[in-house]
Design a protein around this ligand. Structure first.
Ligand code: SF4
Length: 246
């Protein structure tokens, strides 16, 4: 059962955390919340956050979504990360009956047919398990950066996630990709080997490709769609303030 969510003034916290370091944002999470959780995709940013959580000794559980369509390299990275940090990454799976119904109705590769079909697939394989899993927590942490995508330029270190009705913290919101990669190299953090083959943002194998030098870093995800539409829904429903008192 979800822990009681403390009243949080999101706008005041956005002002307070503007320009704060990732460590300061993570410390604020631990200070404010009783049951925060870190949702990792095992991407470069998320490997940095996991490293910072471990360094700071924060008691924040870690989980990831297994859509059933991930790269083999991602599964290997889950195991390598658990071994390095001596922790368990919990896995949230989609509902089997929901996947079976979707595939029976629209096919195994429905995401190629239309944006609606792609969003249905992301809903079943990502958003629904995320929502179910987050139901046990009073806030979550993600690895979003402001310069990752045109849809993320207005984001703050803390947002109200209206879809899951809890606050979401983005400790790396001000980091550049160079900052991330410098931290990874400097601290010998395990990373997905696909990054060395031109994959920057890595999700499901069927919806991710390598990019060319100079291409936008999100160009390798759902490359057949317009940039403004390229969100899976996990991070697209933030508001600056809860809709009502919590
Ligand atoms: Fe489905 Fe592709 Fe979304 Fe993965 S990224 S959930 S395969 S549409």
């Amino acid at each position: 059962m979800r822990k009681t969510i403390k009243p949080i003034d999101i706008k005041s916290l956005q002002a307070e955390l503007a320009g704060a370091s990732a460590e300061e944002i993570l410390s604020k999470v631990a200070e404010l919340l009783d049951a925060a959780v870190f949702a990792t995709s095992l991407g470069q940013e998320d490997q940095v956050i996991l490293d910072l959580i471990a360094r700071q000794g924060l008691n924040i559980p870690v989980f990831t979504l297994d859509t059933g369509r991930l790269f083999p390299e991602t599964y290997d990275l889950i195991a390598a990360t658990e071994q390095k940090y001596g922790l368990k990454i919990q896995i949230a799976f989609p509902d089997a009956a929901e996947v079976e119904q979707m595939v029976a109705e629209e096919g195994i590769n429905l995401f190629r047919k239309s944006i609606d079909a792609r969003k249905r697939c992301c809903g079943v394989r990502k958003m629904h398990p995320l929502k179910r899993f987050l139901g046990d927590f009073d806030g979550w942490i993600s690895g979003l950066r402001r310069d990752q995508s045109p849809t993320r330029t207005e984001m703050h270190a803390i947002e109200w996630d209206s879809g899951n009705a809890i606050p979401k913290f983005n400790p790396l919101i001000d980091w550049t990709l160079d900052d991330v990669q410098r931290h990874l190299r400097g601290n010998d953090i395990p990373c997905n080997p696909l990054h060395d083959r031109g994959f920057v943002s890595i999700g499901c194998a069927c919806c991710t490709r390598a990019i060319q030098p100079g291409e936008d870093i999100r160009a390798g995800r759902w490359w057949w769609e317009n940039p403004e539409q390229k969100e899976c829904g996990l991070h697209s429903r933030q508001e600056s303030q809860p809709p009502e008192k919590i």
